[in-house]
Ligand binder design. Structure first.
Ligand SMILES: Cc1ncc(COP(=O)(O)O)c(C=O)c1O
Length: 390
């Protein structure tokens, strides 16, 4: 082929830019798209510029906790607290305050779970049993020793693999379960009786802000906190216990240190939006519709596939896709072209994951935008491949 023939062939195989763009091209897996209709001007501001310990400050924090309980259908047996440092802060607070009392199993199948394994092995030096699987797979959960404290991530945001349910957790377990559920809550029905510690951040399925984490403690976690003192020192921002008793105020909006009341008002907006959808079932229906629309896009294209091998463990929020023949450069080129066109933002897979795409399908994304994304993925793939050939 002559040079000009190559260029002509490339042109012929490069599709026209699709006509319709996603109205909100926000497909990032965190921070995620704001709820539809969100506008900073719509946030309540009376609590801003006031002490978070003022009557209004505490009332708004308590309101955020109450709405969380309603929308997530958290039973009264479980306490909900707003804590520092996003999901990481909430999860590490749980690890540092409760681990060390029993043997530990740490389960990981992607980057964030690996982070908790590293904490357990290298920082806390707990010598845990480590159960691992490659990106796209889930380890054998039936082998988990129910006498151990168990660390796991409900929805692996960087591989798009989640646990399908909590059936593998025994009702008569002796250990505690620690679920990093940041990209799971508000998208799945969580079995609260199986979860002793659950953590998440507002920046995921709710489309809220980072900065604060939420920790949900079941009664057995509270027993642990009140009966066990770890061997290592605890910084103030991890302390959930005072004089051997749970600091109950934390679970009524008396935060350990100063929260961002703007982030609190923002999450109240998101939670009130969730209530207008009918709460959890409404959120789950939106997420499922998005994931199904993306499934249809994948099924129609032989060059796209799911990284998660088993459909039962495939995420309905952070959906990770394989791209035929892709390396890091091709994915970068695709994501860059989509961003330049304002057709899709932040769709490259996580830096530690195999090269691929990651499309957030949580409730704050509109299904019509997922549908509109399909032809843009074709365009970006063809464009990036043509550029790689040239
Ligand atoms: C599963 C999981 N765990 C932890 C984190 C860290 O969350 P944050 O930055 O809110 O602390 C993330 C963020 O993407 C995540 O997806």
């Amino acid at each position: 082929m002559t040079d000009s023939a190559v260029i002509d062939a490339t042109r012929a195989s490069t599709p026209q830019k699709p006509f319709i763009k996603p109205a909100r091209p926000h497909f990032s897996s965190g921070p995620c798209a704001k709820p539809p209709g969100w506008d900073a001007a719509k946030l309540a501001t009376e609590s801003l510029g006031r002490s978070h310990r003022s009557k209004i400050g505490k009332a708004r924090l308590q309101h955020a906790i109450d709405l969380t309980r309603q929308v997530l259908e958290v039973p009264d047996t479980h306490r909900i607290g707003i804590v520092p440092a996003s999901d990481t802060g909430a999860y590490e607070m749980a690890m540092w305050t409760m681990l060390g009392a029993r043997p530990v199993t740490a389960i990981a199948w992607e980057s964030f779970g690996e982070g908790w394994v590293t904490d357990a092995v290298k920082q806390l030096k707990l010598n845990p049993t480590v159960l691992q699987a490659d990106y796209g797979q889930l380890p054998d959960l039936s082998s988990v020793d129910q006498g151990h404290d168990v660390l796991f991530t409900w929805n692996g945001t960087t591989s798009g693999v989640r646990v399908a349910n909590g059936d593998w957790i025994s009702d008569t377990r002796e250990g505690l379960t620690f679920a990093d559920a940041t990209s799971a809550v508000f998208a799945y029905d969580m079995p609260w009786d199986k979860l002793d510690v659950t953590t998440f951040s507002w920046q995921k399925v709710l489309g809220g802000e980072g900065a604060h984490g939420v920790i949900i403690l079941g009664p057995r976690a509270v027993d642990r906190l009140e009966s066990y003192t770890p061997a290592w020192p605890l910084p103030k921002i991890f302390r959930l216990v005072s004089k051997g008793k749970l600091s109950e105020g934390i679970f009524k909006g008396e935060t350990i240190n100063t929260p961002s009341m703007l982030a609190v008002e923002d999450v109240i907006f998101a939670l009130e939006w969730a209530e207008t959808l009918g709460g959890l079932p409404g959120l789950m229906a939106r997420s499922d519709a998005n994931a199904s629309a993306l499934d249809a896009i994948v099924a129609e294209r032989d060059w796209l596939g799911h990284l998660a091998a088993d459909p039962a463990t495939r995420s309905r929020t952070s959906v990770c896709l394989t791209v035929a023949g892709a390396d890091e450069a091709l994915i970068k080129a695709m994501a860059g072209a989509l961003e330049k066109e304002a057709a899709a933002f932040d769709v490259a897979g996580y830096r530690d994951a195999p090269p691929g795409l990651r499309i957030w399908c949580g409730a704050t994304v509109d299904t019509a935008d997922i549908v509109a994304l399909g032809p843009w993925l074709d365009w970006a793939y063809a464009t990036a491949k043509a550029a790689a050939v040239a």
